[in-house]
Write a new protein. Structure first.
Length: 198
């Protein structure tokens, strides 16, 4: 079987905050179809080959066995990578737990990887009808479908929202009500920090 093709834009070798309860590395996937006004990884948004090949990442992970216990796939939007299921399987085969950071852009692809992940950090952007001004397209329907899949799967998760300044209090109230209606027990709100100039 051919090696998975994964566009890896970068790697953080050690984190204690991106995968709860785990010492982990973060694999940053290259590419995202959305353009959130506050995205802090704009260099990862264009689609492209990435800086590292998947075999290179896998070879490095081999050297981390016994030192780390988890690997996080972040981005960009990791579900843009069609070979993500194979990469997750590779990581599990090395004995690491797996985590995914996603905005729920691709529900069908999320459904395919849920059996392969131990934890999901799911970003909600706004009330589902109000995604366009935040993400640059009408992504709320896909995001809602993805969130429903995640909640139904019973995979450990955190639902979080980076609250941009343009989201008014009334919209936040609608978002909270929508999420509660779907069964979200807790929403972690993060303050939107101004993007540093590069
Ligand atoms: S979905 Fe995430 S990676 Fe994509 S533009 Fe928005 S914040 Fe950036």
């Amino acid at each position: 079987m051919p090696e998975p093709v994964l566009a890896v834009g970068g790697l953080v070798p050690f984190t204690t905050i991106d995968f709860p309860g785990r010492l982990a590395a973060v694999v940053f996937c290259q590419g995202c179809p959305w353009r959130c006004t506050y995205c802090h990884n704009p260099h990862l948004l264009p689609r492209g080959a990435g800086a590292l090949s998947w075999p290179e990442v896998l070879a490095w992970l081999e050297t981390r066995r016994g030192l780390l216990d988890g690997v996080v796939f972040s981005g960009g939007e990791p579900l843009l990578q069609r070979d993500l299921p194979f990469a997750l399987a590779d990581v599990r085969a090395l004995g690491f737990a797996t985590a995914l950071h996603t905005a729920g852009i691709y529900p069908e692809r999320l459904a395919a990887v849920l059996p392969l992940v131990d934890w999901v950090g799911f970003d909600v952007k706004a009330p589902f009808a109000d995604y366009a001004p935040i993400v640059g397209c009408d992504g709320g329907t896909a995001a809602r479908a993805s969130l429903e899949l995640l909640l139904a799967a019973g995979v450990a998760h955190e639902i979080r929202c980076t609250v941009p300044p343009q989201l008014a209090a009334a919209a936040l109230g609608r978002m909270d009500a929508e999420l509660a209606g779907l069964g979200v027990a807790h929403l972690t709100r993060q303050t939107c920090r101004p993007r540093a100039s590069r």
